[in-house]
Design a protein around this ligand. Structure first.
Ligand code: TXA
Ligand code: MG
Length: 322
C-alpha cells in the first residue's frame, strides 16, 4: 500500500530534542495533535506516544520502534470516562480501575469500535491504563484524548528508564523526548486480562498477584491470547546474559542481588539493602550499563520470586533467552 509504513525499513532520520516539562508539555501535546510521535515519561518506563484514535499516527510508533504490526499497543487515557468509550467494562474491571488508577496496572478488556485495529493488532480486546506520572498526566490533559504508548525502545530491546536511555534507543528516529527524570518503578506495568471474575496476569509488574487477589481469582496466562512481550526473548541486552547463583568467569559482569561480586570485571548491584522495589527501579539501567561495558557475558543473580521479584525474574528470564 502506498505510503504504508514498513517496520523493516529504517525511518527517515530526524533531529531528536530532549526538553523538560515546562517547554515539553505544550510541545508534546502539539505533536500528538499533529499526528506525530513523542517519547514521554511514565512511572514505569518511558513510552513512545501517539494519538491512539489516529491509525496513521499509531503506525509511526511501529515504524520508529521496528515493531511488528502483530504486537498491540497500550492505550493511556486522560480520564476514567474514556475507559467506557474504549472498552466494555465489567464490574470487576471497574473495581480494579477505581482502586489502582492512576498507576502501573494495564487492563485488557473487550474493545469498542472506536479503537483502531492497528492499536489492538486486530484483536477483540484492548489494553488500557492511566499513568500516575504528573508530566504524562499534564500532557494528556493538554491533549485531551487517549495516547497509545508502548515502551520507547527498539523492538525486543531493554526498556528505557531515563530520557538518555530513550536517546540511545530512538535518537534520530523521533522528534522529541520529554525528560521527566528517572522512572519510579523501572519495570513495565502489570497487565491483567479480566474475564468474568477471573484475572489472568499476562505480564508481572509493580502491582503484584497478592495485591490483585482481593479483586477476583488470579490466574496465569490464557491459551490463545497473544501474551505481552510474548516472545521468549525480550528486554534483551546485546551481551549474552545468564541467570546463575555463583560463578566468576573472566570478562564477565555481575548483575548482583546479594554477593559483593569480587573477581568480576564489572558489578552492578540492584539494591544494597535487598529491597525489591529499588531493585526493579535499577534493573534496566544496570543491564544497560553492563551491556555498554564491552563484556563477554553478564551473569545475573536470581532474586526471590515474591512480590515484585516475580516481575524482575520474568524480565531476567527473557533477557537470558536468546
Ligand atoms: O508500563 C507500561 O506498560 C509501558 C508504559 C509506556 O505505559 N508500556 C509498555 O508497552 O510496556 P509495551 O507495548 O512495550 O508492552 C505492552 C504489551 C505488549 O507486549 C503487547 O503485546 C501487550 O502489552 N498488549 C497490548 N494490547 C494487548 C491486548 N489487547 N491483549 C494482550 N496483550 C496486549
Ligand atoms: Mg515494551
Amino acid at each position: 500500500m502506498a505510503g504504508h509504513p514498513d517496520s523493516s525499513c529504517a525511518a527517515k532520520p530526524v533531529a531528536t530534542r530532549i526538553v523538560g516539562a515546562a517547554e515539553g508539555i505544550p510541545a508534546a501535546a502539539a505533536l500528538l495533535a499533529a499526528g506525530e510521535v513523542v517519547a514521554l515519561p511514565t512511572e514505569t518506563v518511558y513510552g513512545l506516544g501517539a494519538a491512539a484514535l489516529d491509525p496513521l499516527a499509531c503506525a509511526k510508533i511501529f515504524e520508529a520502534k521496528g515493531r511488528p504490526l502483530t504486537d498491540p499497543l497500550i492505550v493511556h487515557i486522560p480520564t476514567r470516562e474514556w475507559l467506557d468509550r474504549l472498552a466494555e467494562v465489567s464490574e470487576t474491571a471497574a473495581r480494579l480501575a477505581d482502586h489502582f488508577w492512576p498507576g502501573p496496572l494495564t487492563l485488557v478488556l473487550p474493545r469498542r469500535s472506536l479503537v483502531p485495529d492497528i492499536v489492538t493488532a486486530g484483536q477483540e480486546t484492548v489494553a488500557v491504563r492511566m499513568s500516575a506520572h504528573p508530566v504524562f498526566q499534564a500532557i494528556l490533559e493538554a491533549y485531551g484524548k487517549p495516547v497509545a504508548a508502548p515502551s520507547a525502545n527498539r523492538f525486543g530491546r531493554i526498556s528505557p528508564t531515563s530520557a538518555e536511555d530513550v536517546i540511545e534507543e530512538l535518537g534520530g528516529r523521533i522528534p522529541l523526548v520529554l525528560d521527566g527524570g528517572p522512572c519510579a518503578h523501572g519495570v513495565e506495568s502489570t497487565i491483567v486480562l479480566v474475564r468474568g471474575g477471573e484475572l489472568h496476569i499476562l505480564r508481572n509488574g509493580p502491582v503484584t498477584a497478592g495485591e490483585l487477589a482481593g479483586f477476583g481469582t488470579v490466574r496465569g496466562r490464557v491459551a490463545g491470547i497473544s501474551a505481552p512481550g510474548g516472545l521468549a526473548s525480550h528486554y534483551a541486552p546485546r551481551t549474552p546474559l545468564v541467570i546463575a547463583g555463583s560463578c566468576v568467569p573472566a570478562e564477565a559482569g555481575l548483575l548482583a542481588w546479594q554477593s559483593a561480586g569480587g573477581g568480576f570485571a564489572r558489578v552492578e548491584r540492584l539494591s544494597e539493602t535487598q529491597d525489591l522495589r529499588e531493585a526493579a527501579a535499577n534493573l534496566y539501567g544496570a543491564m544497560r550499563r553492563l551491556d555498554a561495558a564491552g563484556l563477554k557475558l553478564i551473569i545475573a543473580e536470581p532474586v526471590p520470586e515474591t512480590g515484585l521479584g516475580a516481575a524482575i525474574m520474568e524480565r531476567l528470564r527473557k533477557a537470558a533467552a536468546r
